[in-house]
Design a protein around this ligand. Structure first.
Ligand code: BGC
Length: 757
């Protein structure tokens, strides 16, 4: 039995309503429900989302993840007084999310302003076993004499995305005095959503139903004795579709039929089913750490829990947005975050999910081809932000300057082209970890060749060499530069692998082969200087640097943009996030260890870490360079992005990529799991406060269990594998134990000569 952590919210804090609604959000990859309270608070953003359900609300808007009708809200009157924690007194408060099964629980003892005490408790979960299912229980116990109570709950379709309404109400119905159903359609008629709920109270009550102003409600009015617990159970079933093979009536009928089947089982039996599903998930992905700091295990369980709940395994047309299904930040759009920060987790724990995420890109190749074509290039240029159909979804403008009325253009869609090479990097990593020829021969090869064709067209011949001009690298504080090192190296890697796999699968394409060879020979790859530092781009090294300590202390808040305009920031050595360091992380075989360290040392003081994607990468590279104490510091700061004290950091959803980075920081950082030249390397070094680390990973057809403890490393494998442990390559048949000083400690950069690709 795994002893999983529980995430607690230690007090009711109206400042942190949205942070906790995000970090405790319950999801199963198909649907996500923010952890809002049953009673309403004006500051709290309610939210329920379905993976892949995007819609554009009107002119000048972008497609966004549709905020669905609310099913959590419960309006409770206790002896005539509305239950709300901003009135009366909270005498006891407990709220927790149990990672073992995803159950969110709250128990409050509340004294009303009339002086009577009540215990109000609730629990809920989103099923991992039946993806359409959400189950809720809500109980009230009067503690000072009997009480007269009324409870109203239902399906509230007044929900919007900050005022943008996406859904039309098509019909609302009540069946058998127990079930309610709402049918909704996106305003463009492309998608339908059916929500049915079973509402049952375990006490005699006067009950009735109403439907008004997009609210379908069931009401109960009842009395309870002192100490008598009255429980309301609500089981909800949600389905959506964008194909219309069935009539709408049949679609709605099927939804109700499924609801009645599962509602009849009751909350506890349904919880049991989801708990079993979770047991298997934890078995395949839990990372256990014995640390002096208990919050380290909590951070790992938090990350792995969210990583498992954000994966839309049911539908390959969906990928993972920057906030998963936990909020409306970035409108639910998919970024490079998915391939670079999330995919490694799936690659090593459930490779079929990594394949799924790459197939999402493959299915969206037409949009990527169109974007390249519209800009005058061949091949495929993936959108910087994408939703359900592969079109560019990046908003054209950022916030408006309300004094001048001028809107600032968002440059990412125009120049942050590295996403094409990032996707190609993920394809190569997927192949290396799985050797899935069926995928590689078809989807993988198309993705590599089409993105490679884009780079070949994108490069410009200057003074006898090929250069890539006018791009933005991962560091978004430096725009429109030439020969961004990250972009050039990744583009080279992209084209090199396209060519390699073309040959591997014996495909003939003379024109592409020639163009690719020319590109690989002539593309300019910024070279390390004498100190080993690679210039971020052509002009970066000639720009002035300023003291950034003030801004580094408030990393994540982008405070620098209050003091300097974007164009001023652009003219200084100021990084929002890891850029060259990121490059050494992704392509470790290209750089020597001293080069990795030299770049980390040079760029770290210049990096504010205003992006949540930044610190973790510095941490992994530091760990690979043997700088374990500083790696641990970065890792803990990365874990604090969602879990730290900052009250508003995650208001509009968790930082999905940061959860990937919590996992990666441990597995790729401290455990030193690295793919080098297509082979698996392992070189663990634990931070001082850790005594033991254990985790499972998959590599090709083998399942490995790795334990690092007391200066020993133990590898168990279900099949013989070849592995490089602390620089020494060997074959492990089933299980082997190594003493830490068996081998010398090399790593990070595994290249023996520097710089060349
Ligand atoms: C980062 C991007 C990232 C996006 C979504 C931005 O702040 O700079 O790298 O893709 O957030 O997480």
């Amino acid at each position: 039995m795994l002893n999983l952590s529980v995430l607690t919210e230690s007090s009711f804090d109206s400042e942190r309503l949205n942070k906790y609604a995000s970090i405790m959000c319950c999801s199963n990859g198909y649907l996500g429900v923010r952890a809002t309270h049953e009673e309403h608070y004006t500051q709290q953003t309610r939210g329920m989302y379905l993976a892949g359900l995007y819609h554009r609300a009107g002119r000048n808007e972008n497609n966004e993840l549709v905020n669905l009708p609310d099913i959590l809200g419960v309006e409770l009157y206790l002896d005539g007084e509305n239950f709300s924690l901003v009135s009366g007194t909270i005498l006891r408060w407990e709220r927790e999310l149990a990672f073992a099964n995803g159950e969110l629980r709250r128990c409050v003892i509340w004294r009303s302003s009339k002086g009577k005490r009540y215990r109000i408790s609730s629990r809920r979960f989103v099923s991992m076993d039946k993806l359409s299912l959400i189950a809720l229980q809500f109980s009230v116990t009067p503690l000072d004499g009997s009480a007269q109570m009324s409870l109203t709950t239902g399906i509230d379709a007044t929900q919007t995305n900050s005022g943008r309404q996406h859904l039309d109400e098509v019909s609302v119905r009540v069946f058998d005095q127990q079930y309610i159903q709402g049918v909704y359609e996106t305003q463009d008629r492309a998608s339908e959503v059916v929500i049915s709920a079973s509402c049952q109270l375990d006490n005699e009550s006067e009950s009735w139903f109403t439907a008004k102003n997009r609210r379908l409600n069931c009401h109960h009015s009842f009395e309870a004795e002192e100490g008598q617990k009255v429980t309301f159970e609500k089981i909800v079933w949600i389905t959506h579709r964008s194909d219309k093979t069935l009539s709408q009536a049949s679609f709605a009928r099927n939804n109700l039929r499924d609801l009645t089947v599962y509602a009849a089982k009751g909350y506890d039996a349904l919880l049991e089913m989801t708990t079993c599903a979770w047991e298997n998930i934890w078995q395949a992905s839990r990372v256990t750490v014995h640390s002096e700091h208990t919050e380290d295990q909590l951070a790992l369980d938090y990350a792995v829990w969210h990583l498992n709940t954000m994966m839309p395994a049911q539908d390959e047309r969906c990928s993972i947005g920057a906030k998963g299904l936990t909020g409306e930040g970035y409108k639910g759009h998919v970024f490079w975050d998915t391939e670079i920060f999330l995919l490694p987790f799936y690659l090593f724990t459930s490779p079929q999910h990594a394949r799924h995420l790459l197939r999402y890109r493959w299915l969206n190749l037409p949009g990527a081809r169109e974007k390249a074509r519209r800009n005058g290039w061949s091949g495929a240029l993936f959108p910087w932000e994408s939703a359900s159909n592969g079109q560019e979804e990046t908003p054209e403008f950022a916030a408006i300057n309300i004094r001048t009325g001028v809107r600032q253009k968002v440059a990412s869609a125009l120049a942050e082209h590295h996403i094409a090479a990032d996707i190609a990097w993920a394809v190569v990593a997927y192949w290396q970890a799985t050797h899935d020829s069926a995928f590689m021969r078809n989807e993988g090869l198309s993705l590599l060749i089409e993105t490679a064709s884009f780079w070949i067209a994108r490069a410009t011949e200057i003074n006898g060499r090929l250069e890539i001009h006018d791009v933005i690298g991962p560091d978004e504080y430096t725009e429109h530069v030439n020969n961004n090192a990250y972009t050039n190296y990744l583009a080279w890697h992209n084209v090199a692998h396209a060519l390699q796999f073309l040959r591997h699968f014996e495909r003939k394409d003379e024109r592409f082969t020639q163009a690719a060879q020319h590109f690989l020979k002539r593309l300019w790859l910024p070279e390390p200087n004498k100190a080993g530092v690679i210039p971020q781009d052509d002009t970066f090294m000639s720009k002035p640097a300023i003291d950034l300590s003030r801004y580094k202390n408030t990393a994540g808040k982008q405070i620098i943009l209050l003091d300097y305009s974007r164009s001023e920031v652009n003219e200084m050595q100021i990084l929002k996030q890891a850029d060259v360091v990121m490059l050494t992380y992704l392509l470790p075989e290209k750089f020597t260890r001293p080069q990795c360290l030299a770049n980390l040392t040079y760029y770290e003081p210049l990096t504010i870490h205003d992006s949540s994607l930044s610190r973790s990468v510095h941490g992994i590279v530091a760990a690979r360079c043997g700088e374990i104490a500083s790696a641990y510091q970065f890792w803990r700061e990365g874990a604090a992005i969602d879990l730290g004290n900052e009250p508003h950091s995650s208001d509009d959803g968790i930082h999905a990529a940061a959860t990937g980075a919590i996992w990666s920081g441990v597995i790729q950082g401290f455990a030193g799991v690295t793919i080098v030249d297509g082979e698996l390397h392992l070189s663990p070094r634990l931070p001082d406060p850790w005594q033991r680390l254990q985790f499972p990973i998959k590599w090709r057809t083998a399942n490995l269990n790795i334990i690092v403890e007391n200066q020993t490393l133990m590898v168990n494998t279900t099949e013989p594998i070849t592995l490089t442990v602390w620089g020494k390559t060997l074959t492990i048949i089933d299980s082997q134990t190594f003493a830490v000083d068996d081998f010398s400690l090399p790593l990070c950069g595994t290249a023996t000569t520097g710089g060349e690709a």
